[in-house]
Design a protein around this ligand. Structure first.
Ligand SMILES: [Zn+2]
Length: 340
């Protein structure tokens, strides 16, 4: 059952046009009612949700400043109430940036680990392989003039100390300089109540990021999770471990819900969430069986086709990497780097 019409997404988004060209395209934005006073809002291929109450709005990820300004104006016009809460799914820049737009009226809630992630970058890790290629003068730092790709696009967000160079530590922290820090943090679960409406945030462990929360709307029987819950779409990477992913999806599926709302692409139902968990379980048990039978990684990749998930987005591009990641975990070899 498809809950929503598939909204027109510019084909340019899907065909890998360079970021500079994409920036010229007006973003695809929409607000769709899910049920009751719960809405899903779109900015290209990123989504957030918000719940309207007579005393204000409880929303999730702000996504970015430009979208945040648009959403704030839409909410003010349509519902005539302020945004009272911003509940973060996790700290990644592409979901969590731009919250400052709502700082005049909102309380910001995130998992405690989000504060650690936003803190000054620690240690002195080496540049990543990609950043090393940018480092033309070989001084171990990426100057603004050397920066390209994501570091070039969002240099100021990487340059935590504003010194005009990006270090290995600043790269490890990520381009999260425009993420407005949570003013309230929690550890296991946290419930926000406004005008009698409730939203509960539940920590999902270490899958994808160690500060991931699922938002649970009990009266609406809905959940929202960015990057962990997916509908007919496989995870980008199964990191840090397959066990962490199974645990996270199990925590979501233990909730009583009907609407599975995601941070990217399609939304769906509890059945879709169960299918995502089944993929992880079959991936895990399939690789374990191969290892137990003494098969090599290429042999397992050849035989463990996970065909019943063929219609899922990214099946053809990520399946072999997922098998390799689980194989590495089971063999006790280090997982591939940079697999968030
Ligand atoms: Zn993420």
């Amino acid at each position: 059952m498809r809950l929503y019409p598939i909204l027109a997404i510019s084909t340019l988004v899907l065909t890998g046009v360079p970021a500079a060209a994409l920036a010229q395209q007006p973003p695809t934005r929409a607000i769709v009612n899910v049920t009751g006073q719960l809405y899903r809002a779109q900015n290209n291929n990123h989504y957030t949700v918000f719940l309207v109450t007579p005393e204000g709005v409880i929303m999730s990820d702000p996504i970015n400043r430009d979208f945040g300004r648009w959403l704030k104006a839409e909410i003010a016009t349509r519902f005539k109430v302020p945004v009272r809460y911003v509940l973060y799914t996790h700290r990644d820049w592409d979901h969590a940036s731009g919250g400052v737009v709502f700082a005049d009226t909102a309380e910001f809630v995130g998992h405690r680990n989000m504060l650690t992630a936003l803190a000054p970058p620690a240690g002195n890790p080496p540049l990543t392989a990609a950043a090393e290629k940018m480092d033309a003068n070989r001084n171990g730092l990426v100057e603004r003039s050397e920066a390209s790709a994501d570091i070039g696009d969002r240099f100021a967000q990487f340059d935590y100390n504003g010194d005009g160079t990006v270090s290995g530590a600043e790269i490890a922290r990520g381009g999260i300089g425009d993420v407005y820090a949570p003013t309230t943090t929690y550890v296991d679960r946290h419930t926000v109540t406004l005008a009698g409406k409730q939203v509960t945030m539940i920590h999902l462990g270490t899958a994808h990021a160690d500060d991931s929360s699922v938002l649970y709307f009990p009266a609406e029987r809905a959940v929202f999770s960015a990057d962990i819950l997916q509908v007919r779409r496989l995870p980008g990477a199964v990191a840090p471990t397959i066990g962490a992913w199974i645990e996270a999806l199990s925590r979501i599926n233990a909730l009583d819900f009907e609407y599975a709302l995601t941070g990217h692409a399609l939304a769906g139902t509890k059945k879709d969430a169960a299918e995502s968990l089944r993929y992880l379980q079959e991936l895990s048990s399939g690789v374990a069986a191969g290892v137990a039978a003494g098969r090599s990684l290429p042999e397992i990749q050849k035989t463990l086709t996970l065909d019943t998930f063929k219609g899922f987005e990214r099946w053809d591009t990520v399946r072999n990497d997922h098998i390799a990641a689980v194989y590495a975990t089971l063999r006790g070899t280090s997982p591939s780097p940079g697999t968030r």
